[in-house]
Every structure is written in structure tokens, then in C-alpha cells.
Design a protein around this ligand. Structure first.
Ligand SMILES: *[C@@H]1O[C@H](CO)[C@@H](O)[C@H](O)[C@H]1NC(C)=O
Ligand SMILES: *[C@@H]1O[C@H](CO)[C@@H](O)[C@H](O)[C@H]1NC(C)=O
Ligand SMILES: *[C@@H]1O[C@H](CO)[C@@H](O)[C@H](O)[C@H]1NC(C)=O
Length: 196
């Protein structure tokens, strides 16, 4: 009986003094740039990092090869009990892909295309004065070209001539082009002969 009492006391003692100590020392300090997916949230939802004018991350820069595929440094937050060695707290800076925009709005382009497309105003707005002039002189290729442009702009196939992306609400209907490359394509693997 006394043994049971003693062990209960020990357990109580342990859980009140030692266990709480454990949780304090549980924090690990790591280089947060090495964290894997699921160990952090990017961007940090506690901070508003979306520029209201561009509807992209604040500081989104123009991409090198494809202008619209830019990058921005955003604050991210690591999972519980992970401390980043660069900031000494759980937040860290990370480069995230974003769309570089230059003030061209999809709504304006689409409205111009639907109502004034026969005069080529959508093309003038997006920076294609040649096609715009051709549409102006031919009444939008007898409205056929206008219809085509409405579809092309709505599908975001035709974008601003400077290669930027349309300004679309961040959580809106932006189109992301997913290209097939050597990372998405399923290549034959060496051990595939095991499966018949
Ligand atoms: C964080 O840790 C990494 C790897 O351990 C190290 O290369 C880096 O210099 C550290 N950064 C700082 C600010 O201490
Ligand atoms: C974390 O540290 C960075 C740099 O020291 C600081 O800018 C940031 O405000 C800190 N974040 C929190 C949540 O304390
Ligand atoms: C895919 O191709 C790029 C360049 O063409 C190369 O840098 C990269 O390592 C390749 N990835 C794989 C998984 O082969």
C-alpha cells in the first residue's frame, strides 16, 4: 500500500515539476530555410502581406525569364516548438513565387472588350496598338474578332503586352498555367520491370 502511495506521489511530483520542464526544452532551434512542407505555413496568416493595389505579395518583383512569374520575400511561420535561428522566433523570411503585375486590370480589359471591342479599345488598353487600329478600321473584323478577343481575354490567354499578369483579386479567379516538364513527367524508373 505504501509502495502505491509512494509511486503515486512520485508520478505527481514528476508531472508537476519535470514534465513542464520538458515542454520548455522541447523547442528546437533550426535553420528554417531547411524546413519541409507541412512544417511551416507560408505566408504567415497572422500578417497581411497582400498589396491591395497589385493583389500580390508586397514587394513582388518581375520574373527574369517570364516577367509575370515573379518572386517576393514573405514572412512565414514555423510549426509549434520550432525556433528559427535567424530570427530567434518562429517566423522567418522565405522567397515565394508571385505574379508580377503592372496595373492592368482584368475587369477593365474585359469590360472594354465586351462594350468597345469593335473599336479595338481593349487592344489599345493592353498595349497592342497595331491590332487595335486594325479592329477600329474593320469594326472588330466585323465583330468576329471582337468575340474572339472576349474569349481570349476572359481565358487570360491574351495578357498585357509588357508580359505582366492581370490584376485579379488575390483569392480570385486567376489562371495558373501548369506546364509539363521533366519534374512533372513520369519517367520510366529502373525498378519498373518488377511490375508486369
Ligand atoms: C542558422 O543555421 C545554419 C545551419 O546550421 C547556419 O548555416 C546559419 O549561418 C545560421 N544562421 C544564423 C543567423 O545563425
Ligand atoms: C521575430 O523576429 C523578427 C526579427 O528579429 C522580428 O522582426 C519579428 O517581429 C519577430 N516576430 C515575432 C512574432 O515576434
Ligand atoms: C530538369 O531540367 C532542369 C533544366 O532543364 C534541370 O536543372 C533539373 O535538374 C531537371 N530535373 C530533373 C528532376 O531531372
Amino acid at each position: 500500500m505504501s509502495w502505491l502511495l509512494l509511486s503515486t506521489f512520485c508520478l505527481l511530483f514528476y508531472s508537476t515539476y519535470c514534465a513542464t520542464d520538458d515542454t520548455k526544452t522541447d523547442n528546437v532551434v533550426v535553420d528554417c530555410s531547411t524546413l519541409r512542407m507541412g512544417q511551416y505555413i507560408c505566408p504567415d496568416p497572422n500578417q497581411n502581406q497582400i498589396d491591395s493595389a497589385t493583389q500580390q505579395y508586397v514587394g513582388c518583383t518581375k520574373g527574369k525569364d517570364v516577367p509575370s512569374e515573379g518572386e517576393a520575400n514573405v514572412w512565414c511561420i514555423a510549426a509549434d516548438k520550432i525556433i528559427c535561428n535567424e530570427t530567434k522566433n518562429s517566423t522567418f523570411y522565405k522567397k515565394m513565387p508571385c505574379k508580377w503585375t503592372n496595373g492592368y486590370s482584368l475587369e477593365i480589359a474585359l469590360l472594354l472588350s465586351v462594350f468597345l471591342g469593335m473599336f479595338g479599345l481593349d487592344r489599345f488598353y493592353l498595349g497592342y496598338p497595331g491590332i487595335g487600329l486594325a479592329k477600329l478600321c474593320t469594326l472588330g473584323f466585323m465583330f468576329l474578332g471582337q468575340l474572339l478577343d472576349i474569349i481570349l481575354i476572359a481565358a487570360q490567354v491574351v495578357g498585357p503586352s509588357d508580359g505582366s499578369a492581370y490584376v485579379i483579386p488575390y483569392y480570385g479567379a486567376g489562371v495558373t498555367v501548369v506546364r509539363s516538364d521533366n519534374e512533372t513527367y513520369l519517367l520510366p524508373q529502373a525498378d519498373w520491370h518488377n511490375i508486369t
